[in-house]
Design a protein around this ligand. Structure first.
Ligand code: UD1
Ligand code: CA
Length: 476
């Protein structure tokens, strides 16, 4: 069984969302506080652009439509969405209220409208479902998701009357000293009833002709009841405005992914030094040891031992493999493959069942047949190696002649002697041998031995001659 580390799978439309909800994800902000060349919403959290975490949470609602407000001047956002959702351009960044106002008339539906800020990656789909449910029950015009936090700096505060009734959201820069003490904050997640939302938004646009349009002010203008729902885990609403918060989100998300894996039967010996990306899948009874980083679209089978000190990116690892102190990128391993310590598998490495790669080996763009051993320092590049072959220590497939890359073929059960240089293109046949230290430039027929080296010469009495003394070697 494979276990997916990511949450937010597609589910059947629940009664709360039946009839169709509209989700609007606000992703057009400048993100000035990130001090970055790339758009804030594309900064990854656990290997996935922040914006895609919001999209995944939204999917839990099975929405009728998902609109993403984007800044046309920001590159890469459209590409990251990969066709998901419909983008709505916001040319000037005049605030969150202005962003929502870019939604065109055809999408201004009367039903539930859920607004999410794309800088809130820890928000869970379950929480959104609960919010919509709560909203439906209350008959309110808007239900705000709030949270009680230890450090409210940077958030809009929820101001309530003495009897607890909601009054307003006050942005930090407009707040009085007293209001700044309030620990209940606005998450930036709202469930509106479209019928009340859109007229209130028009009022906001007409009211404020200069400066910024706060979505938080719509709540004052809206006709009907304002309801609030507090999130149980305040980390969920962490808004990423700067790199310090980005690191906080990364740590929380990583912990969440590891806990999910542990729940599903993966042993993580030290969660504090283990990094697994969201889209990584790991099979049951696999053990991940400290200082291991498993990223990208990687799949690890059952009963594997990963680490200590393994770095695996975009690779497929079969069952029962062991990877210790190794670096793998875009490699494919069948079952029971052993790698390391200290080896590197570069893109296009395909290792069949039971292959052993030992210390300081590098493999690239090569297929290695079942049961073959590359036990010691070797460079196997652009090669096709058969089954049950042995590649001796120090073997190099010399793949590059300065102009083009060439392939090396090594047959089944071939024995490549230590320190063989195979000058590609070249073939070593099935069951063939190469003698240690040979530079092989011509094909070696099946079952034969190729020796390419001069005969050994012995010069007797050499040491004594050097010293200019007539003592016998080995005697004082
Ligand atoms: C906002 C809220 C604040 C809340 C906090 C929660 C407002 C006025 N304030 O503050 O009450 O506590 O989020 O994290 O809403 N965006 C656009 N277009 C714009 C401006 C922003 O699309 O013109 C998007 C951004 O990409 C971002 C989101 O809206 O994803 C929120 O904007 P941001 O500037 O981060 O608002 P905060 O200051 O965090
Ligand atoms: Ca924010």
């Amino acid at each position: 069984m494979r276990v997916n580390a990511s949450a937010g799978s597609k589910r059947a439309r629940s009664p709360e969302t039946r009839g169709g909800v509209t989700v609007v994800v606000l992703a057009a902000g400048k993100g000035v506080r990130m001090n970055s060349k790339i758009p804030k919403v594309l900064h990854p959290v656990a290997g996935r652009p922040m914006l895609l975490w919001s999209m995944a949470a939204a999917r839990a609602l099975d929405p009728e439509r998902t609109l993403v407000v984007t800044n046309p001047a920001q590159d890469g956002v459209q590409a990251a969405l990969d066709g998901e959702g419909q983008t709505v351009p916001q040319r000037d960044q005049l605030g969150t209220g202005h962003a929502l106002a870019q939604v065109s008339a055809e999408h201004r539906t009367t039903g539930p409208v859920i607004v999410i800020y794309a800088d809130t990656p820890l928000l869970r789909g379950e929480t959104l479902l609960q919010l919509v449910k709560e909203h439906g029950k209350s008959g309110a015009a808007v239900t705000l998701l709030t949270a009680r936090v230890d450090d409210p700096r940077g958030y809009g505060r929820i101001v309530r009357a003495r009897n607890g009734v909601f009054r307003s959201i006050v942005e930090e820069k407009d707040a009085t000293d007293g209001e700044r003490e309030i620990l209940e904050v606005n998450s930036g997640v709202y469930c509106f009833t479209g019928r009340e939302l859109w007229p209130a938004l028009l009022k906001l646009e007409n009211k404020n002709r200069a400066g910024e349009y706060y979505l938080t002010d719509v709540v004052k203008l809206i006709k009907g009841k304002v309801n609030t729902m507090a999130v149980s885990d305040p980390m969920e609403i962490l808004g990423i405005n700067d790199r310090r918060q980005l690191a906080q989100a990364e740590a929380a998300m990583r912990r969440r992914i590891l806990e999910r894996l542990m729940h599903d039967g993966v042993t993580i010996t030290d969660p504090s030094t283990t990094f697994v990306d969201a889209d990584v899948q790991v099979g049951r009874d696999t053990v991940i040891h400290p200082f291991s980083v498993v990223t990208g679209e990687t799949t690890v089978g059952e009963d594997c031992v990963i680490g200590p000190f393994a770095q695996v990116r975009d690779s497929i690892i079969g069952d029962g493999c062991r990877i210790e102190r190794a670096h793998l990128e875009k490699a494919t391993l069948a079952s029971n493959v052993l790698i390391g310590p200290f080896s590197r598998l570069r893109p296009g490495s395909m290792l069949d069942e039971g292959v052993r790669v030992g210390t300081h080996a590098e493999i690239k763009n090569s297929h290695i047949g079942a049961g073959t051993a590359i036990a010691h320092f070797s460079a196997v590049l652009d090669s096709d190696v058969g089954a049950n072959a042995n590649i001796g220590a120090g073997t190099v497939t010399a793949n590059y002649d300065g102009q083009a890359k060439h392939r090396t073929e090594i047959g089944d059960r071939a024995q490549v002697g230590s320190d063989t240089i195979l000058v590609a293109p070249v073939t070593v046949g099935h069951d063939a041998y190469t003698a240690a230290g040979s530079v092989i430039t011509q094909d070696v027929p099946a079952g034969s031995l190729a020796i390419e080296r001069s005969d050994q010469k012995i010069v007797e009495g050499w040491t004594a001659r050097k010293r200019g003394r007539k003592t016998e070697v080995g005697k004082p």
